[in-house]
Design a protein around this ligand. Structure first.
Ligand code: NDP
Ligand code: FE
Length: 470
């Protein structure tokens, strides 16, 4: 009995070891993938235009002509650029019923009218085409470190073929992710060409906003006093202007995380249905909320760091020392104003609590953390605590800013103080939220979001496939 089990195990392991895979193309990627599969116990055979001239480093790996190599395995990895696929059409007979794995990438997004995998399926109609491995680089396979993503996106029309390619990926230490039928190949091929697609809009928006704040705050703190009182305040540029811009950016970007949801809710209320398509720009904005929130957190962090550095400034120390000397000379002390203490301390407390919640929001948006909470808990943190963070940060800036703003100076041209500019968008968001949670709107909105249509007009609105969560 034991003997039988041992021989069965040996048979299984020798079967696993002997499973053969064919690779067409002895280029960079073909070699790397072939060697890796060989190391993982597969019997690998290469198909090449010049089998005699190919010098693969391992003697156990055979290099044959395409037609010969194709006969050795029913899985063939096509490690050749799409432009050279044509010859595969002539091998249609040898490739009949085989699993062809398309690993190719393009140089540009949507470079060809159809995806490379679909093109391959057209060239060899009798084969089962699976798209895979295009997101893994030859270098990562060679070095074995796989520092970048280990995810292998797969798609194909034949379930069994996909399953076999998935098994190979797992054996190589990669993580296969099924993307469905071959129609998804275009998306998979575009994937490696994208450069942080979800970050583009948030980064451009924050760049533009930062430039605006920086210029405005410089105008307000440097140019305006110079024109008005002929005082040189250029020294505030290096620290204070940055510090004010960072606080404005943090609170404005956080408000911009919640603004699209409010606009979508208003649209739903206006249309009386949730089954109408929201505009594309709004949809894209909603999909970028996480990134906007993370950039907001980065600015909040910078503001905290700059805030901590403020007492160390030369100008700060000079003002303090000078004030003491003035008091000694005039033999007078400033009265202890309890209202000032309340003002200053409450502003600081609001800021500290706001920053704490900001960090909490950032942490819960990490996939490893959000995977551990259910949808309701996630919504609670991101929505309820998010709004609380916005309220605390807005109050922090308001109390801090308002403290300094005693009376508006008489001016020829009047610029609102920096904190007023920083708080415009947060105020709009908080007011809209406040209006929407008022009982009449809140009840209608809940009914609409449960799928109950409110008016007959809504039935005429074209059904959309836009399911972004408001
Ligand atoms: N390099 C990488 O990191 C990655 C590459 N890929 C994809 O893998 C595929 C191969 O890339 P890579 O190995 O870098 O490219 P290479 O240029 O290094 O290799 C391509 C191979 O294709 C074969 N070939 C070239 N011209 C023809 C032709 N006219 N007819 C038939 N076969 C031909 C050659 O093999 P032979 O001489 O043996 O016939 C050649 O070595 C591409 O589609 C690429 O997009 C995907 C992910 C990452
Ligand atoms: Fe602050």
């Amino acid at each position: 009995m034991e003997k039988d089990q041992a021989s069965f195990a040996m048979n299984v392991s020798s079967y696993v070891k002997k499973e053969s895979v064919c690779v067409f193309g002895t280029g960079n990627f073909g070699r790397s993938l072939g060697h890796r599969m060989f190391q993982c116990g597969y019997s690998v055979v290469f198909g090449s235009r010049n089998p005699e001239q190919s010098s693969l480093c391992h003697k156990e790996i055979e290099v044959l002509s395409h037609a010969e190599a194709a006969q050795r395995s029913d899985i063939i990895i096509i490690a050749i650029h799409r432009d050279h696929y044509k010859f595969l059409g002539k091998l249609a007979e040898e490739l009949q019923g085989k699993i062809l794995v398309d690993v190719s990438n393009n140089l540009k997004i949507n470079q060809y009218p159809e995806s490379n995998a679909e093109y391959l399926a057209e060239l060899v109609p009798g084969a089962k085409v699976v798209k895979a491995f295009n997101t893994i680089s030859a270098w990562a396979l060679q070095s074995g470190t796989l520092d970048t993503s280990r995810q292998v996106f797969l798609c194909g029309d034949d379930k069994e073929s996909k399953q076999r390619v998935m098994n190979i990926s797992r054996t190589l230490g990669l993580t296969p992710l099924d993307h469905g039928s071959l129609v998804a190949a275009r998306e998979i091929e575009n994937y490696p060409l994208q450069l942080f697609p979800m970050w583009k809009f948030p980064l451009y928006l924050s760049g533009a906003l930062f430039i605006f704040y920086f210029i405005y705050f410089s105008l307000r703190s440097i140019i305006y006093p110079y024109v008005n009182k002929n005082t040189d305040r250029t020294f505030v540029l290096a620290l204070s202007v940055f510090n004010h811009s960072f606080s404005g950016m943090a609170v404005t970007l956080l408000a911009l995380v919640y603004l699209p949801g409010l606009i979508a809710a208003i649209l739903q209320l206006y249309r009386g249905t949730k089954y109408s398509r929201i505009p594309n720009w709004l949809d894209h904005w909603m999909l970028c909320r996480k990134q906007l929130g993370l950039i907001a957190l980065a600015f909040a962090f910078l503001h905290v760091m700059y805030g901590l550095a403020l007492p160390g400034r030369y100008s700060g120390k000079w003002y303090l020392a000078n004030r003491v000397i003035e008091q000694i000379i005039s033999n007078k002390t400033d009265p202890f104003l309890t209202s000032n203490v309340w003002n200053f301390d409450s502003a600081l407390t609001l800021g500290i609590l706001g920053f704490f919640l900001f960090i909490l929001l950032g942490i819960t948006s990490l996939p490893s953390v959000s995977n551990m909470v259910n949808w309701r808990e996630f919504r609670f943190v991101q929505s309820k605590l998010g709004y609380l963070t916005l309220v605390l940060c807005t109050a922090h800036i308001l109390v801090f800013g308002g403290r300094k703003f005693v009376k508006p100076p008489e001016l020829i041209w009047y610029l609102p103080p920096t904190y007023v500019i920083s708080l415009i968008i947060p105020f709009v968001v908080l007011v809209l939220k406040f209006i929407l949670v008022m009982p009449c709107f809140d009840r209608s909105l809940k009914q609409i979001q449960q799928g109950k249509e409110r008016n007959s007009l809504s039935k005429k609105v074209q059904l959309g496939n836009n399911n972004t969560e408001v």
